[in-house]
Design a protein around this ligand. Structure first.
Ligand code: NIG
Ligand code: FE
Length: 394
């Protein structure tokens, strides 16, 4: 068995060892055996290993867990972004533009985009990335989107209910029937999760409940886009169905926060619904940011993710989202880093990632900085010096 010692770590974020939420260890070392963390401890007691990386006092963190991204698409919507920056509102209507481009693309074109964005994210420290379909919206195009996504990530999500495509515009019930029937059957072999955009202009709560129930019935886990553009019942639907995560959470009532907080008190990953905040979307749509403080103060588990997509948030950068969360959403740097690592893992109901404790997957990032604080303190700076994924230096 080959071993690797990551040595001379000035500040190690474990998210698990000790009383502080980030489980910080100073002057530490991490021993990796194959693809797992085998030992964490003081650098002075580091065991021998086949290979050694001396990080020279730098900070080391678990790799980022980006639990919400839409990477399977073609084309871009830069002109729509420019129009927004000139005052146009974001409505989600541009999704259909991307659906047209995606349907017209070849498999290899879609595959190249997924790989390009996945590589971009990896260089910025993302070691796990969820990938959604949702720009195909036909049986064949949703199935191929997920087949291509599954080549790159085990965390794949069927989002056939992103919007009602133009050809079903006047018969949304028929589209819901398609999603629950042949589309789900074709998509499910490549998907772990099912998601619905539950929002005015997309799917109402009854359609969302029906679609998510069909997904659950074939063994998919539930996640939901909800309360992004306005208030509504989506977040409470997610809690009712035991969703792993409800995402966006920009417009919340007290009842929504109470519902999310209620799940936080039940132990274990099996019942908790995480609130995943996507500040890249508010940045890129020039919208008010979600009230992260209100959620955190209520005891809700919060994750941060990029929402990487060509419409509302064309960034693959978790450090950018951390900086936004700290500066614009009043999360502390520690809360934001936790949310981008352990929080994302909870949103995917994974306990083997987002932490650096013995037995966890050996997904580590080495910063070009002495502390995790620099991720928010030095926005826009490429601070990820090295990424180790599955025990392998990238
Ligand atoms: O998460 N809200 C729905 N879906 C995406 C946006 C998709 C798009 O505009 O292309 C989101 O923001
Ligand atoms: Fe999204």
């Amino acid at each position: 068995m080959s071993s690797l010692l990551v040595h001379n770590i000035g500040e190690l974020v474990t998210n698990g060892i000790g009383a502080d939420p980030l489980g910080i260890r100073r002057k530490a070392a991490v021993l990796v055996e194959e693809d797992q963390v085998a030992w964490v401890g003081p650098a002075a007691y580091a065991p021998a290993a086949d290979h050694r990386i001396d990080v020279g006092g730098a900070a080391v963190l678990p790799g980022f867990v980006d639990s919400h991204a839409h990477l399977v698409f073609a084309g871009d919507r830069a002109a729509e972004f420019a129009a927004r920056m000139a005052g146009e509102p974001y409505t989600g209507g541009g999704i259909r533009t991307t659906v047209g481009a995606t349907r017209a693309a070849t498999d290899d074109e879609l595959r190249a985009t997924v790989r390009r964005l996945r590589g971009e994210a990896l260089r910025q420290g993302t070691t796990t990335m969820e990938i959604k379909s949702g720009y195909g919206l036909s049986v064949a195009d949703e199935a191929r989107s997920l087949r291509i996504a599954a080549e790159t990530s085990p965390e794949t999500t069927f989002l056939g209910a992103h919007v009602v495509p133009a050809e079903y515009a006047d018969r949304p019930d028929d589209y819901v029937g398609l999603v629950c029937g042949p589309m789900l059957a074709a998509a499910a072999p490549y998907a772990k999760w099912i998601d619905v955009f539950c929002e005015r202009g997309a799917f109402d709560v009854d359609h969302a409940r029906a679609i998510l129930a069909c997904g659950q019935a074939v063994g998919l886990g539930v996640r939901l886009h909800a309360n992004q553009l306005g208030p509504g019942p989506g977040v409470r639907l997610g809690v009712e169905l035991g969703a792993a995560s409800v995402d966006h959470c920009t417009h919340l009532s007290d009842a929504d926060v109470d519902a999310l907080a209620g799940t936080a008190h039940s132990d274990g990953f099996g019942t908790r619904t995480v609130a995943t905040l996507l500040p890249g979307a508010e940045f890129s749509t020039r919208s008010p940011y979600p009230d992260a403080r209100r959620l955190l103060d209520a005891g809700v588990t919060v994750a941060l993710a990029t929402d990487c997509n060509p419409g509302s948030s064309y960034t693959s950068s978790m450090p950018f989202c951390i900086a936004l969360a700290v500066r614009e959403m009043r999360m502390t740097p520690a809360e934001a880093v936790w949310a981008a690592t352990a929080g994302g893992a909870r949103a995917l109901r994974r306990d083997d990632i987002g932490v650096l404790t013995p037995g966890a997957r050996a997904d580590l990032i080495v910063l070009d900085a002495p502390s995790y604080l620099h991720l928010a303190y030095r926005p826009g700076v490429p601070l990820i010096r090295q990424v180790i994924r599955n025990g392998v230096p990238q």
